[in-house]
Design a binder for this molecule. Structure first.
Ligand SMILES: C[S@@+](CC[C@H](N)C(=O)[O-])C[C@H]1O[C@@H](n2cnc3c(N)ncnc32)[C@H](O)[C@@H]1O
Length: 213
């Protein structure tokens, strides 16, 4: 795994309030669309990977059961406050590395990856873990921002993306690169969602055979 100059964890531990203010309104539409794409049914267990301050909780049903994980204690503190306010007692929130999920294979009918694949050190590895812990025929929903597959990526863009990745997110990654971490997942839909078609919403499905991603 490539070494990091700084851990962006340090950043997230301290910017929870600022993060919510900056991204809250801007990301409402994609969060709402992602919640719909998860297609949660009675009895489903949901895993939210990189749950952060929990802004996605507001768009999920109150009866949601499952686990939200994040590396940052500071972000999880905010998520716990939100969970209490929303009375989502069925959702457990834990500190965990998305690159090494501490769950057995096939544990969740739905896995949600909101703005984590371009933030973690290896998005491919995070997607691989998501595929592993998803149940056969499970839904995996990604809300993020990827570099277009068609658009050129000059060296300066790559360098700026790499640098920003240490503080915030990689804006220069293509989804096809991240998908190498879980090639057996079936791509169901990839669409751009507003405002200004800024976000990518990707819906994947784990094959029914139970093959790990
Ligand atoms: C851009 S924020 C997204 C938070 C939230 N999902 C949202 O949509 O607002 C990225 C989150 O990923 C977390 N994170 C980064 N690397 C991680 C890792 N390896 N494992 C778990 N969480 C990680 C950060 O702590 C941060 O809370």
């Amino acid at each position: 795994m490539k070494p990091r100059l700084f851990s962006n964890l340090r950043v997230y531990n301290h910017i929870g309030g600022l993060y919510d203010a900056a991204l809250g309104f801007w990301s409402r539409k994609v969060r709402r669309a992602a919640a719909g794409a998860l297609d949660l049914r009675e009895g489903d267990r949901l895993l939210i990977v990189g749950v952060g301050s929990g802004m996605e909780l507001e768009h999920l049903p109150t009866r949601t059961r499952g686990v939200g994980v994040d590396l940052s204690d500071g972000m999880l503190r905010r998520a716990r406050r939100r969970r209490r306010k929303l009375r989502m007692e069925g959702l457990d929130l834990r500190v965990m590395d998305a690159q090494r999920l501490d769950f057995p294979d096939g544990s969740f009918e739905a896995v949600y990856l909101p703005l984590i694949l371009t933030v973690a050190e290896s998005g491919a590895r995070v997607l691989g873990e998501a595929a592993r812990v998803a149940a056969p025929e499970g839904r995996i929903v990604v809300a993020d921002r990827f570099w277009s597959e068609e658009k050129a990526r000059p060296a300066a863009v790559r360098a700026a993306g790499w640098l920003l990745g240490h503080f915030a997110m990689r804006f220069d990654l293509r989804f096809s690169e991240i998908r190498t971490g879980a090639p057996s997942l079936e791509l169901r839909r990839h669409e751009k969602v507003g405002p200004g078609f800024f976000f990518d919403l990707v819906t994947l499905r784990k094959p029914g055979s139970g093959k790990p991603g």
